[in-house]
Write a protein of this length. Sequence first.
Length: 119
Amino acid sequence: MLWWRLRDRRLDGFKFVRQYAIGPYCADFVCRDEMLVVELDGGQHSDSVSDARRTRYLNEQGFSVLRFWNNEVLGNIDGVQQALLLTLRHCPSPDWRFAPATLSPEGRGDLTATSVKDR
């Protein structure tokens, strides 16, 4: 359901790929231009230590990670799409399961050292 909304640049022109390998992991969906990984999780992922490790690795590679529960996609696909657009436009909500990258996409160091206007 989500792939249908992401494929062929259907989400405001952003290009996504699915099942994209990043190191030892395979991300559900990735917008490579914006270095954003989108993961869909079932209930078994609640408080998952392995997911935290995976997110940390992806952040260290310069990818931000946005996670949605499967039931969010099934029950509120329009809300998921809006959350993706806001994140892609660099306005993520602190209420979302969002982990910003620790490195800039250009590899110039820690994102926390740059100001908002520099991004």
